[in-house]
Design a protein around this ligand. Sequence first.
Ligand code: SF4
Length: 407
Amino acid sequence: MNKNQIDIFSGVSARLQMTDAIELTKQSLQAHGAEHDHWGIAWSGGKDSSATLTLIVWMIESGMIQAPKKLSVFYADTRMELPPLSIAAYQIIDELKERDIDVQIVMAPMDKRFMVYMLGRGVPPPNNNTLRWCTRQIKIDPMQDSLAEAIADYDGSILMITGVRQGESAIRDQRITMSCGKDGAECGQGWYQEVLPHAKGIRGRVATLAPLLHWRVCHIWEWLKHWAPQADFGDWSTAAIADAYGGDEAEELSARTGCVGCPLAQEDKALDTVIAMKRWAYLAPLKRLRGIYRALREPHNRLRKPGTDRNKNGSLETNPQRMGPLTMEARQWALKEILSIQDEVNQEALFQNRPAISLINEREEVRIRDLIGSNTWPNKWRGDEPRADTAMDLIMAEGIVQPLLIA
Ligand code: SF4
């Protein structure tokens, strides 16, 4: 914590700031909540949505706001969460169930999960430019499907509450919409806020509300670490969430939340922070994931279109020699590497009596091997294309051929 934060955020001043922030949240829920009988909370297990969830449940329980007729919590389990966060999330799920709150675990279907899609179907790891398949596939679509199911037998609309915050900098505010990949943001929350209400099948039936929009990151930490764990505020297991971002140093960091080893983040700040703590140091082998994802994007691990394929009009495709899916050898290699990281972590976990992790569970491994065994390729690929590091004539979209020059 820097000096400034200590001044602002200690004693009476801190309490006043929190009380003001909570009061605004209350007003926002009172103003918009009453119009909807059914509220849903889109929860990723990260700091912002966890603060939103626990605060709202406490406000209802303490009589600060009126409960909706129905409250559903949608926990987005991507199977890729940072272990301390997913462990804390499942503790909070138990605490919600003890209160008879409806909790839906939202997970992508087997073939769409990150590891299965990548290693079984052969789609390269996502990147910021051409191939950003992950957020929609492992977060947005499953959330949309769960919502559609939740409102299917129901006439009214649902108020979907998200953990989007406006944050401290005006620059970042403009990036809220698609906040995934930005430091300090929670991957998916911006999408839930902007994309979900317009999604097919639920359009017009979902309104969104971000009641912590005005909260600053220091309010979030204060709530998660010092308020929510107290019996008076709900006795929640939220301290461990702040822990995942750096424990007592958490205020300093505005780490983003997302998948462990996210290939889109510039650095794995959250994981670095976690493994710097002695009790989580056994997770250090997870650092190797990003290197594996990087290697999988290299030409020697992928196929390339030879440049001769025609589209349905008979003309050459726009990018006739584009790089494509992972070779079978690359998938086998990465599967072995990722399973060995998992084994290494779990052996140490067993030794130290710490929680085990699951990067690829048994069913996912079987499915990946099945897909590889049945020679599965992404759409428009056959598998007989050359490896992307094969030297070949350069073919432009106009059909101009620049022959390979051999010295
Ligand atoms: S955290 Fe990274 S890998 Fe995970 S869904 Fe978001 S962008 Fe994709």
